[in-house]
Design a protein around this ligand. Structure first.
Ligand SMILES: Cc1cc2nc3c(=O)[nH]c(=O)nc-3n(C[C@H](O)[C@H](O)[C@H](O)COP(=O)(O)OP(=O)(O)OC[C@H]3O[C@@H](n4cnc5c(N)ncnc54)[C@H](O)[C@@H]3O)c2cc1C
Length: 423
């Protein structure tokens, strides 16, 4: 069996290693277009604050790792897939055949339609090459404008602040991290950032990026009429799955490549994993692009099993879960954190101490949660949501006091008899 993987990020690498395990006799080829050994984008913020060097971002540190496993790593770009001939075409002209193909090509940053977004000094923060460019310009005392305060924007924010730049964050929506936090939590993150000297402009649109005045390289113009001077502008305005090379193949897509519970696309013997895949969300059952690393890794492992064996337990969907460290303030969101129709919710707020818990229930099952400033309940929340545990009388107790999560978990998940005293 010839297994071919396009994309050498976390999804592709984990799939390659598991394919080798599940199919010791098959060939495994991993094609990636970036010039570096397979690396983790998640590590880029640590690189930007010099906590690691570039080698520290590599997914596997031993240069002989892939060769030792008999995984053939090819550095090239796949330009087309011929599903009838079962072969892919590479940019350098070669054609490579496959029996089973995994597409793990990730996503790319969206380029917002802002005049001047292509000027020198405007970068995404997505690749190691981006990180090198940002490190050159984001020096102590320089002025940096970050467009977008979403999940990735806030991760980058911390690294930029630590580099000692004068940072302004511009967010179109009415709060920070709007696709992960509600107004209360988003507002607390904003206050936290502002107290640490970061300027935050929510509900603001960048209308153009012009040449700067008064010594600044760039001038970032906002819809309210303000101009922000900038030595560097970073855009973090969302990502789009890398599926363009499949144009004309007839593959089913919405935002990403649609996959079933075996991570199969609509094309025969073609699977997809990671940021490029639109797969089942654990709590809603709907198809979404989660674009987070734990999902990429889980996809890679599951896809390898199905590719090698042709069967296995169907994937139950991945839990949408984000853990974010915004300049020292940890926020988390799980599942349907925004609530469900007809559901109930409970909230605990200590604004002065930056502590917040919001729980969302459907009937007596926890289906979503948000926390701020608290990390001890992360495992419990995840466990309760993923096990779809019926909380019974503990739902009422949690509505009265969300801090009793650990008790609720122990009481509801331990075998009957051992927990009778807790209830
Ligand atoms: C700065 C930063 C911080 C992040 N922090 C977190 C975090 O804290 N937590 C979290 O969960 N997620 C985080 N993420 C997101 C996380 O990195 C992604 O979800 C993860 O990388 C997805 O893995 P993947 O394997 O699907 O795709 P990728 O890692 O994007 O890998 C895909 C690879 O395929 C290659 N490729 C694309 N097209 C082709 C082609 N046609 N031919 C050959 N190769 C191709 C790409 O160049 C790339 O190397 C962060 C991302 C960034 C940028």
């Amino acid at each position: 069996m010839r297994h071919l993987i396009i994309g050498a990020g976390p999804a592709g690498v984990v799939a390659a290693e598991h394919l080798r395990k599940y199919d010791p006799d098959g060939t495994v080829t991993l094609i990636g277009e970036e010039p570096e050994p397979p690396y983790s984008r998640m590590a880029i913020p640590y690189l930007l604050v010099d906590r690691i060097d570039e080698r520290g971002t590599y997914l596997r540190k031993d240069p002989a790792h892939f060769a030792a496993l008999g995984i053939d790593v090819v550095q090239d770009r796949v330009t087309a897939v011929d599903t009838a001939a079962k072969a892919v075409t590479l940019a350098r002209g070669r054609t490579t055949p496959y029996d089973r193909l995994l597409i793990a090509t990730g996503a790319s940053p969206v380029v917002p339609p802002i005049p001047g977004v292509d000027r020198d000094g405007v970068h995404a923060c997505w690749t190691l090459e981006d990180a090198r460019r940002i490190a050159q310009r984001a020096r102590k005392g320089s002025s940096v404008v970050l467009i977008g305060a979403g999940f990735i924007g806030c991760i980058i924010l911390e690294a930029l602040a630590e580099r000692g730049v004068n940072l302004t964050v511009v967010e179109l929506e009415d709060r920070m991290v709007p696709r992960m936090l509600n107004r209360t939590a988003g507002g607390m993150v904003q206050r936290w950032c502002e107290n640490q000297g970061i300027s935050v402009r929510v509900g603001s649109r960048v209308t153009s990026i012009e040449a700067g005045t008064g010594g600044a390289l760039l001038g970032v113009h906002l819809d309210g009429g303000d101009e922000l001077p900038a030595d560097l502008v970073i855009r973090a305005t969302g990502v789009v799955p890398n599926a363009g090379f499949l144009a004309g193949s007839g593959v089913a897509t919405k935002r990403g490549l649609l996959v079933d519970e075996y991570l199969r696309t609509s094309l025969p013997d073609v699977y997809a994993a990671g940021d490029v895949a639109e797969s089942h969300d654990f709590t809603t059952g709907e198809l979404i692009v989660q674009a987070i690393q734990p999902t990429a890794v889980e996809h890679g492992r599951a896809a390898a099993l199905y590719m090698a064996r042709g069967h296995g337990h169907p994937q139950r969907g991945t839990l949408n879960m984000n853990v974010l460290d915004t300049h020292g303030l940890i926020s988390t969101s799980f599942g349907q954190w925004m609530g469900v129709d007809g559901g109930d919710s409970a909230e605990l707020l200590d604004a002065a101490d930056y502590r917040y818990v919001n729980l969302q229930f459907q009937d007596d099952v926890l289906v979503g949660a948000t926390t701020l400033g608290l990390t001890d309940h992360v495992g419990v929340i995840r466990g309760l949501i993923q096990s779809r545990t019926r909380l019974g009388p503990w739902k009422k107790k949690l509505l009265a006091d969300p801090a009793r999560l650990m008790e609720a978990y122990l009481a509801s998940t331990l075998p009957v008899g051992r927990n009778a005293y807790v209830i």
